[in-house]
Design a protein around this ligand. Structure first.
Ligand code: ADP
Ligand code: MG
Ligand code: MG
Length: 249
């Protein structure tokens, strides 16, 4: 699904990603861990197509297409979804209108007919249940006045609505209490199919008790310095990152 080779990316002339190799196949769950400032959010943004970053070297192929030639909207339509570490409020734009547009574009890309108003509202209700999103929230502007936990749930709600092929969730677990964490994780698990893939970026092994990864990667100073399986996340939880970073230095 996604093959990244030797990816370098910069912001304002400062190099953040320094040669990333990363492959995701349909049906897989990958976890990306690593100390703060390693470049995890940058990597997620670059894959999603944020124009703030400049890719200076490397290749990225998505579904056989050159990902780097696709703009952010094309990537979203093609099924790449980014759940933000810090979801933004969009005052004046209702959740329904926001989702209507996004769903319409995604369906158009998939060659599916547009939904009627009734079908759309039914979809909103169904998908709201996946993360137990309060139905009052879907009547409001996007994220406006939502609590931290509600914003994170809303990211998964949007993911449920769009049924992405490749979902990248950037620290969706941070700031969630244990009940919200479980709901969010169960939501992600419900959306898993053999055709889609999930990349979860997290600081904490805790999330990985619920969303069990097939692969765990450690990002440090813009490079993946070690990959492993679930055991690696448990070891990092027990021993921290120092043993690994010292070895790398
Ligand atoms: P992580 O998500 O792993 O905590 P980030 O991708 O957010 O790391 O950040 C990686 C590095 O890039 C950090 O050193 C951060 O300060 C730097 N960085 C991120 N965004 C910007 C920006 N807009 N301008 C300058 N530096 C940035
Ligand atoms: Mg961070
Ligand atoms: Mg981050």
């Amino acid at each position: 699904m996604l093959t990244v080779r030797g990816l370098h990316a910069s912001i304002e002339g400062k190099e953040i990603l320094r040669g990333i190799d990363f492959t995701v196949n349909a049906g897989e769950v990958h976890a990306i861990m690593g100390p703060n400032g390693s470049g995890k959010s940058t990597f997620a943004s670059v894959i999603a197509g944020s124009p703030r970053f400049e890719v200076t070297a490397g290749t990225a192929e998505y579904d056989g297409k050159n990902l780097l030639e696709m703009n952010i909207e094309e990537r979203a339509r093609a099924g790449i979804f980014l759940g933000f570490q810090y979801p933004v409020e969009i005052p004046g734009v209702s959740m329904a209108n926001f989702m209507k547009l996004a769903v319409a574009r995604r369906r158009e890309y998939l060659g599916l007919p547009p939904l009627s108003s009734g079908e759309f509202l039914k979809l909103m209700r169904e998908k709201g249940k996946v993360v137990e999103l309060d139905s009052k929230l879907t009547g409001r502007a996007v994220n406006e006045g939502f609590s931290g936990g509600e914003k994170k749930k809303n990211e998964i709600f949007q993911m449920a609505m769009l049924e992405p092929e490749l979902a990248i969730l950037d620290e969706t677990d941070s700031g969630l209490d244990i009940d919200a964490l479980r709901i969010v994780a169960q939501g992600v698990n419900k959306l898993r199919t053999p055709q889609n893939a999930t990349v979860v970026i997290t600081h904490y092994q805790r999330l990985l008790d619920y969303i069990v990864p097939d692969f765990v990667h450690v990002l440090y100073k813009g490079q993946i310095i070690l990959s492993g399986d679930r055991e690696l996340a448990l070891k990092l939880e027990r021993e921290g990152y120092d043993w690994l970073i010292n070895r790398y230095k």
